[in-house]
Design a protein around this ligand. Structure first.
Ligand code: DON
Length: 305
């Protein structure tokens, strides 16, 4: 089995490597500094095998892939009813940074677009901002099975330039979706986006979700089974933003992308997949990430429908 998967990811890696379309995100100045051609693929099974190729241990910021994990923490902290009252679970078909609320419910449409993600961050409990962030970092680390570091340079770069997210924070405050200082919620969101991961980490984080919330290597529980179900459901319909429909047709797995170049996908009960390649398409999804996931899904027959 091991050799078969190693051969497969090597083949997909070689096929996809030639794709050089897309652009590295540069709206956060520090993100433009990454090597555009870096490329890694990892596949982790729920019994703890990790297959990796390329730049699988190269650190990059998690960015929007943080969203399902903070949403999971908010669900654990507040309970589903309280979280649902603030964040809907409907696909929006909108870009990730849309300044939007559902006009009928006056709630963000889902926790994967920024409006919903900033709201989810505001629901994480903790006595002060530092405690709340530490709880987020510790939670992500449980999924990865190691202490994940904070990337100060990327955080400062985004904090300096993230006016659109601040606008979203103030909009949420004005509609009473978030209470307290909206700058705190936005700052927490900038910080969570600036946690460093590797492709290997992301595959284990995905495999932890696939394993009903238990890390396959450390055996530590990161989330309850009920929480996993809700998070994976929302990832299925909203994880790839306005590219979610095509992704579901072509890859057929709950997934999440980030502008740092990472993509992770989950096959419940079986495996977690991660790809890292920083050139992005128009939706902010990694070009090679989407292509590699599509190829792996086809070869391994992972499409869940
Ligand atoms: O909200 C932002 O601008 C970023 N820090 C995260 C966005 C992101 O990763 C969108 N995903 N593709």
């Amino acid at each position: 089995m091991g050799n078969v998967v190693d051969d497969l990811i090597a083949r997909v890696f070689d096929d996809v490597r030639s794709l050089d379309a897309g652009e590295v995100a540069d709206y956060i100045p520090e993100l433009a500094a990454v090597a555009p051609d870096s490329f890694g693929i990892c596949l982790a099974t729920i019994d703890g095998y990790v297959y990796e190729i390329g730049d699988s241990r190269h650190p990059f910021t998690i960015q929007s892939i943080s969203k399902p994990f903070t949403y999971a923490l908010a669900l654990a902290d507040r309970g589903a009813e309280a979280v649902d009252a603030k964040i809907d679970v409907e696909p929006s078909g909108e870009p990730f940074n849309e300044i939007s609320l559902d006009p009928l419910t006056e709630r963000p449409r889902n926790p994967m677009i920024n409006a919903g993600a900033i709201t989810a961050a505001s629901l994480v409990t903790g006595a002060d901002q530092a405690t709340r962030f530490e709880r987020i970092r510790a939670a992500y680390s449980r999924y990865a099975g190691r202490e994940l570091p904070f990337n100060e340079a990327v955080y400062e770069s985004e904090a300096r330039t993230g006016h659109r997210n601040r606008a979203i924070g103030h909009m949420l405050r004005s509609f009473d979706v978030i209470s307290g200082d909206p700058n705190d919620a936005v700052d927490l969101y900038f910080r969570q986006c600036s946690i460093d991961v590797t492709c290997r980490d992301l595959s284990l984080m995905a495999a932890t979700m696939a394993n009903n919330g238990v890390n396959p290597l450390t055996r530590e529980r990161a989330l309850t089974a009920v929480g996993v179900e809700q998070v994976l459901s929302v990832m299925s319909t909203c994880g790839m933003y306005d590219g979610a429909g095509k992704w579901l047709v072509e890859v057929g797995l709950p997934a999440k992308s980030g502008v740092g170049g990472g993509v992770m996908a989950v096959l419940p009960g079986q495996i977690g997949i991660a790809v890292y390649s920083p050139r992005l398409d128009a939706h902010g999804n990694s070009v090679r990430g989407v292509a590699a996931a599509k190829a792996l899904s086809k070869e391994l027959e992972l499409h869940f429908l």
